[in-house]
Design a protein around this ligand. Structure first.
Ligand SMILES: [Zn+2]
Length: 303
């Protein structure tokens, strides 16, 4: 009898090990899966976004979740006509750049205004790619496994370049750890796959606090933007594993990166309006008025 009991006990221990291994390492399952709890938590960290505004954004969770099991939320705006140019907007790749999330919520508000008469694009908007980073206390640039998502995309020679760049150029800065393999993280893997599915004509990515506009991509395809509001073009260089490097150089999709001047303090209303207007104008000129044909796999934005 005792032997059976000890066998039973061993099975129980082994089983609990299996269960344990499937749980996220740090804390209990977070509740930020449905829009309501997600908005409640996000707006607690970013009080500039009102819970009502967040809920009114009608975000829906994508099928992939973050390392800690939180939802990655997306809002889609379809154009009335077929073949509209496709624009993918990404905020909050770095969880401690709060303004990069706030501004994307502002854009969602503008896009869903009843009288919106901007250029007819098909938008997919992801205000917060790194929910675990934003909801960490304090918020972190990296995701829950300590990976800088913006160094984790499968750029050319990632395996030789990204770890070397991290060791030598950043001197093993933990805020810039690229991970152990490209797209090792659920958040970056999802975005990588989403780019393959959506095949956007332009990717707009928002960061802070370098106060510049950056551009990666085929320069014969679109006019390199000179400025959005006060953000002026300054091509700050290419890091292995970055979204700009992956989207712009490897995939041939123009990637515009806005680096807002502050990570915690939003630009004023006038500046926000300027940035929005300049971005709309640039997208309109390049995707509607003189759509390119050679880039993006020869497809171009007019389909
Ligand atoms: Zn950033």
């Amino acid at each position: 009898m005792q032997r059976y009991l000890s066998i039973f006990f061993l099975i129980l221990v082994a089983f609990s090990e299996v269960i344990h291994a499937e749980q996220p390492a740090a804390e209990a399952t977070p509740p930020e899966r449905d829009p309501q709890s997600w908005c409640a938590s996000v707006t607690r960290v970013i009080p500039q976004i009102k819970p009502k505004t967040c809920m009114a954004s009608a975000l829906r969770p994508v099928t992939t979740r973050s390392v800690m099991g939180r939802s990655i939320m997306l809002r889609e705006f379809r154009a009335p006509q077929m073949n509209a140019p496709l624009v993918l907007v990404i905020g909050g790749i770095h969880g401690d750049e709060l303004t990069s999330v706030s501004i994307v919520f502002r854009w969602i508000e503008l896009l869903q205004q009843p009288g919106y008469d901007g250029p007819p694009f098909h938008w997919r908007v992801v205000p917060l790619l790194n929910p675990d980073g934003l909801l960490a206390r304090p918020p972190t640039r990296v995701n829950a496994r300590g990976v800088d998502l913006n160094r984790n995309f499968p750029t050319h020679n990632w395996l030789s370049e990204a770890p070397r760049h991290w060791k030598e150029t950043t001197r093993k800065d933990p805020r810039r750890f690229p991970g152990t393999a490209p797209t090792s993280e659920p958040e970056s893997r999802w975005l990588h796959d989403e780019i393959a599915r959506f095949r956007p004509d332009v990717i707009v990515s928002v960061h802070a606090p370098f106060d510049v506009l950056d551009f990666d991509g085929p320069t014969n395809a679109v006019e390199v933007p000179a400025r959005f509001g006060r953000l002026r073009l300054n091509r700050i260089g290419v890091d292995p594993g970055s979204l700009g490097n992956f989207g712009g150089r490897k995939e041939g999709i123009p990637v515009v990166t806005l680096e807002l001047p502050h990570a915690l303090e939003m630009p004023n209303e006038e500046e926000l309006a300027h940035v929005w207007r300049d971005m709309q104008d640039w997208l309109k000129v390049n995707l509607v008025e003189r759509p390119y044909a050679s880039a993006n796999g020869g497809r171009g934005p007019v389909r």
